[in-house]
Design a protein around this ligand. Structure first.
Ligand code: C5P
Length: 234
């Protein structure tokens, strides 16, 4: 595998053809592209294969699996034939569930999502979490590591504490980053610049709209934006 910039492109579009073009356009600047539940429930494994045919960039399959271990094992087995590099599960599914995914898809980097950044401290309390979002995320990262997950997803502001706790080997993937000078934050609230997130200890960054919104100005504009973000990583 060639060394690629540590950027995972969030391919958040309901248009399969546009998704292919985004990946082709940015493939020099990304190490993987992320497709999520909306894409998967709309286009299925066949849609994913069409994207894979368009590029040799790795696949981050963001299905956020969360069910009893036996069901997650079956789902992980089911998508293993797509050979994603990363497959997400919810860390709060627990040790046995994460291990089940790891066992069924040994070639895949099972990636545990800690606390969704959409959840506030109050939301967590309502669900029954005893700790604040940061402490809960650290705890879930440690649990996931112990269960065999090879990567975790967390908010940029949790990277440092999680890196301190899990050590250097676990892959940390952070969405919600915004390049300095980026106009709006979209629906992201507590953001961090890509460079700051890497310095805090992230291994990879998930970036979507800061790159993909430039598609309206053409492929070259989008490519240039991706290049500038990579350059800004220093
Ligand atoms: O466009 P933007 O850069 O905000 O995209 C970020 C991507 O990361 C989206 O696909 C979003 O669903 C995902 N994500 C996130 N926050 C999380 C987990 C995933 O923004 N906590």
């Amino acid at each position: 595998m060639s060394i690629k910039p540590p950027i995972i492109l969030a391919v958040d579009t309901p248009d399969l053809d546009i998704a292919r073009q985004w990946i082709e356009t940015t493939s020099d600047f990304i190490c993987a592209y992320k497709v999520g539940l909306e894409f998967f429930t709309t286009f299925g494994p066949e849609g994913v294969k069409k994207l894979q045919d368009a590029s040799d960039v790795d696949l981050f399959l963001d299905l956020k699996l969360h069910d009893i271990p036996n069901t997650v094992a079956g789902a992980a087995r089911g998508v293993a034939e797509l050979a994603p590099r990363f497959l997400t599960v919810h860390a709060s599914g627990g040790h046995a569930m994460i291990s089940a995914a790891v066992e069924q898809a040994p070639q895949v980097e099972i990636t545990a999502v800690t606390i969704l950044t959409s959840l506030s401290a109050l939301d967590l309390q309502e669900i029954g979490f005893a700790q604040n979002p940061l402490d809960s995320a650290v705890k879930l990262a440690l649990l996931s590591q112990g269960a065999g997950a090879r990567a975790i997803v967390c908010s940029p502001h949790e990277i440092f504490a999680i890196r301190e706790s899990v050590g250097p080997d676990l892959t940390i993937i952070a969405p919600g980053v915004r390049p300095i000078g980026e106009g709006g934050l979209d629906d992201q609230t507590r953001t961090m610049s890509p460079r700051a997130a890497i310095l805090a200890g992230a291994t990879y960054l998930v970036i979507g709209r800061p790159i993909t919104r430039h598609w309206v100005d053409g492929a070259e504009a989008m490519r240039n934006r991706a290049a500038a973000i990579v350059e800004g990583l220093g």
